[in-house]
Design a protein around this ligand. Structure first.
Ligand code: HEC
Length: 137
């Protein structure tokens, strides 16, 4: 084998190794709604997924992708209504930002929750919210 093809082989091995490592990492980081159910214990005093069952917080039935302040019959803060009017919708990205620091993402929100500092907890709870929002219970 020429030194050149050896070099190519080396590059190939490195590339494959990186690919495998990346695949393993993404499998491990895949959001788990089951783990999210545990995280949601911090939320369930205020939130249910039953349609129209509002607690301190609005029902999260069908919240995924919907515009902010969209649950019928819940008295949202002026701040949250304003954000909805401006076009904020609950995508994964928006939920991640809101759950990290509710009062930073929506100043003057009524959601009295300090936030979830752990990115993995947030990913998992978002997976759980998405699953449950569809089912409505
Ligand atoms: C102390 C009660 C409380 C806790 C705990 C709480 N929330 Fe909330 N949540 C609220 C209130 C109240 C609102 C409405 C905010 C407003 O109008 O400003 C809200 C709003 C929301 C919204 C936006 C709903 C919409 O229709 O626009 C989502 C999504 C949400 N909460 C998810 C969560 C998740 C997930 C957790 C746990 C990590 C959580 N909340 C913890 C009270 C709470």
């Amino acid at each position: 084998m020429s030194p050149n093809s050896l070099k190519k082989l080396g590059v190939g091995v490195v590339a494959v190794t990186c690919l495998l490592a990346a695949t393993a990492a993404s499998a491990k980081d895949k959001p788990s709604w089951r783990d999210g159910r545990q995280v949601f214990k911090k939320c369930e005093a205020c939130h249910s997924f039953k349609p129209d069952e509002h607690r301190f917080g609005p029902s999260l039935y069908k919240v995924t992708g919907r515009k902010a302040a969209g649950a019928p019959g819940f008295p949202y803060s002026a701040a949250m209504k304003q954000r909805g009017t401006e076009g904020l919708a609950w995508t994964d990205k928006a939920m991640d930002a809101f759950f990290t620091a509710p009062r930073k993402f929506v100043p003057k929100t009524k959601m009295a929750f300090p936030g979830l500092k752990d990115a993995k907890d947030r990913r998992n709870v978002i997976a759980y919210v998405k699953r449950m929002a569809k089912r409505g219970r």
